[in-house]
Every structure is written in structure tokens, then in C-alpha cells.
Design a protein around this ligand. Structure first.
Ligand SMILES: Cc1cc2nc3c(=O)[nH]c(=O)nc-3n(C[C@H](O)[C@H](O)[C@H](O)COP(=O)(O)O)c2cc1C
Length: 194
């Protein structure tokens, strides 16, 4: 049994990304994973103001005791496997989840050792557009370096296009088996690398 932290990054309660994250949870449970859900919209996350306070030892954020970001980041950093589910807003992460990413600056300032074994992370991104070669590019870069700051590695991504509403998701019957296959492969790769 593998413990998985499933992050819901969408501000839209019951939206497309929540729907996708439910399919993801089912796929993970089929792979004998135990899933804990973290919905970012339920938490208070103050945006980084770039004050530079975390640049000096002990690299503590000035907001660390004033909101919930530090606890969320500690939980993400320590999870066996993280799955980050998010919609694309203006070619990027939604603002609340980007605020959490920016708060990882205090982890970046601690400079995790390059030699340390990095824990695996995966993302599942959904967007309305059906075209656009660069649609997910910025978000994938952001998540790559977010996870790196937390001592983790983004090992795989699943991107879903043409999903404007929950109706679109319901009509697209092929998505459930695609997500099943994607996570079967992720778990197989992780199992083989142990
Ligand atoms: C503020 C905002 C910005 C968006 N920007 C984009 C975009 O740049 N490209 C795109 O394909 N879809 C964009 N969309 C559409 C969403 O990515 C899409 O509808 C997604 O499936 C919504 O997921 P949600 O219901 O969890 O918010 C945007 C939606 C919103 C609300």
C-alpha cells in the first residue's frame, strides 16, 4: 500500500479539476494506494511579498505562523507520492495555488542537497483549449521547480485538453481508462525503481 497526497489546486469547488481528481483517486485506489486529499482552496495562503526574510538562516518565512502555507508545504515535502491536479488559468496555475508555489521560496533558500534522493511527484492538468503547443509549458516548468525546491521530482504529467465544463468531462468516456493506464504505468515505474 502506497500513501498518496492528492492536491486539488482548483479554486472551483465541484469544477472540472475536482472531477478529474476523483477519477485520479479511483485510478490510484485500483493500484492499492491510500489517498489523502488536500484542497488548497480550503486553506489560507498568504502570497509571498518578496521581503527576503527567508534568505537568511533559519530561512523561516515571516508569514509561517500567520497562515497555513508552512504546514501544507511540510506535508507536501514529506509525502510518499504527490499528485497535483490543477486547471490552467491564463496558461498558468490558478492564483491560490501559485501563491503556495511562491511560498516554497523558503525551502529553495535552504538549498536541499543535490545528492539527496528525490521523492516522486506527478501532475494532472486540464484546460479548455484543444490546440496550442505551449498550453501547459509554463505550468510544467513552475511545477518542476516547485517540487525541486521541496526535495521532490516531477516524474510524469498527464495533460487533458478540451475540458471547459464538467459536461465535457462526462462526455469524454476515454479519459477514465486513459487515467487508469497513466497511473498503472506510474506505479509500475516506481515499483521497479525500488
Ligand atoms: C480565469 C480562467 C482562465 C482560463 N485560462 C485558460 C487558458 O489560458 N487556456 C485554456 O485552455 N483554458 C483556460 N481556462 C479554462 C479552464 O482551464 C477549464 O475550463 C478548466 O477545465 C476549468 O477547471 P475548473 O472547473 O477546475 O476551474 C480558464 C478558465 C478560467 C476561469
Amino acid at each position: 500500500m502506497r500513501d498518496v497526497l492528492l492536491i486539488r489546486a482548483s479554486p472551483h469547488d465541484g469544477g472540472v479539476s475536482d472531477g478529474v481528481s476523483k477519477l485520479v483517486a479511483k485510478a490510484l485506489e485500483k493500484q492499492r494506494c491510500s489517498v489523502t486529499v488536500m484542497a488548497l482552496r480550503q486553506h489560507t495562503i498568504t502570497p509571498c511579498n518578496g521581503c527576503g526574510g527567508c534568505a537568511r538562516p533559519p530561512h523561516t518565512c515571516v508569514f509561517s505562523k500567520k497562515d497555513e502555507a508552512q504546514g501544507l508545504l511540510d506535508q507536501i515535502a514529506g509525502a510518499g507520492l504527490v499528485v497535483f491536479c490543477s486547471p490552467i488559468y491564463f496558461y498558468a496555475l490558478p492564483a491560490q495555488s501559485k501563491a503556495l508555489v511562491d511560498r516554497a521560496q523558503s525551502f529553495f533558500q535552504r538549498q536541499p542537497s543535490r545528492e539527496m534522493e528525490r521523492l516522486p511527484s506527478v501532475c494532472v492538468l486540464n484546460a479548455a483549449r484543444t490546440a496550442g503547443a505551449e498550453l501547459f509549458r509554463g505550468t510544467l516548468l513552475t511545477l518542476t521547480y516547485f517540487f525541486q525546491a521541496l526535495g521532490r521530482e516531477l516524474i510524469a504529467e498527464k495533460t487533458l485538453r478540451g475540458l471547459e465544463t464538467r459536461d465535457d468531462l462526462q462526455k469524454r468516456r476515454e479519459i477514465l481508462p486513459e487515467i487508469d493506464v497513466f497511473f498503472a504505468n506510474v506505479l509500475k515505474t516506481l515499483h521497479e525503481s525500488q
